[in-house]
Ligand binder design. Structure first.
Ligand SMILES: NC(=O)c1ccc[n+]([C@@H]2O[C@H](COP(=O)([O-])OP(=O)(O)OC[C@H]3O[C@@H](n4cnc5c(N)ncnc54)[C@H](OP(=O)(O)O)[C@@H]3O)[C@@H](O)[C@H]2O)c1
Length: 244
């Protein structure tokens, strides 16, 4: 059997309704997994015709990840879980993250919810000897002008990946992370909708282009497969060379 055959495996991709998470969810689906996803809208139909969202074949549930009690109370529609990918994320522009309300919102969605989701599914992952993958960002490795909460949350996500990797290895759970560079999703429209800004950004990337959700998924497949069986607590940067 191929190391990248996910037949018989169950995955949950939080943030799988859109962008990078959707690309990750579809990569598991294409390789035979049963794939569950969470997003913010009431039903899967609410994502029809949305750019960067293809929910066909995926099992959808609505969850606001900043509602930690709702995560705790969630009754999964699956009995076992092999793979948990945390790809939820948000950002606030126009200096909104310098205000406490904006700061708190971003920290809750981008960092605190990582712990709430990880804790919720720890027993299932321990039982299956499964994998957890945290999607952080290259923002976790340098300053980001105008976005203190996004930056702190992503830096925190890299640290949480290391620390859960260490803490849960003896439970048989491998925790690792992926830090994407720039990918065209609804999170990055502020750059991709502005031709001048987009061209300037692309010029800074050694590969001279943005990444694709499936290219982030490639690293997630590696980290959730037996190919990475001795990799623990690491965050792989997938950015076309951007932060070199
Ligand atoms: N795109 C990039 O260049 C880039 C670079 C580095 C890191 N990242 C990270 O990659 C991850 C995915 O982002 P993306 O670029 O794919 O953006 P995206 O298309 O906007 O996807 C974000 C996902 O998070 C979900 N989400 C947001 N707030 C939520 C909440 N309160 N409760 C539950 N789900 C929530 C969204 O749900 P809805 O679909 O319902 O809105 C969506 O599924 C994020 O962690 C982001 O920080 C992205």
């Amino acid at each position: 059997m191929s190391d990248l055959d996910y037949t018989g495996k169950t995955a949950l991709v939080v943030g799988g309704s859109s962008g990078i998470g959707n690309g990750i969810a579809r990569s598991f689906l294409d390789r035979g997994a049963e794939v569950h996803i969470w997003g913010t809208r009431a039903t899967a139909a609410d994502y029809e015709d949305e750019d960067g969202s293809d929910l066909s074949g995926l099992h959808y549930d609505q969850m606001d990840v900043s509602d930690f009690e709702a995560i705790e109370a969630y009754e999964p529609p699956f009995d076992s879980l092999d793979i948990l990918v945390l790809s939820q994320g948000t950002v606030i522009y126009r200096r909104g993250e310098f205000e406490m309300a904006g700061w708190r919102k971003v920290m809750d969605i981008n960092l605190n919810s990582l712990m709430a989701c990880s804790q919720k599914f720890h027993p299932m992952l321990a039982k299956s000897k499964g994998s957890l993958v945290i999607i952080s960002s290259t923002a976790g490795f340098h300053a980001t002008k105008g976005n203190p909460a996004y930056n702190a949350s992503k830096t925190g996500a890299v640290g949480l990946t290391r620390t859960l990797g260490q803490a849960w290895a003896t439970d048989g759970i491998r925790v690792n992370g992926v830090a994407p560079g720039l990918v065209d999703t609804k999170l990055t429209k502020v750059t991709t909708d502005n031709p001048k800004r987009l061209a300037a950004t692309e010029a800074q990337i050694p590969l001279q282009r943005l990444g694709l959700p499936e290219e982030i998924a490639g690293a997630v497949l590696f980290l959730t497969s037996p190919l990475s069986s001795y990799v623990v607590g690491q965050t792989i940067i997938v950015d076309g060379g951007l932060i070199l």
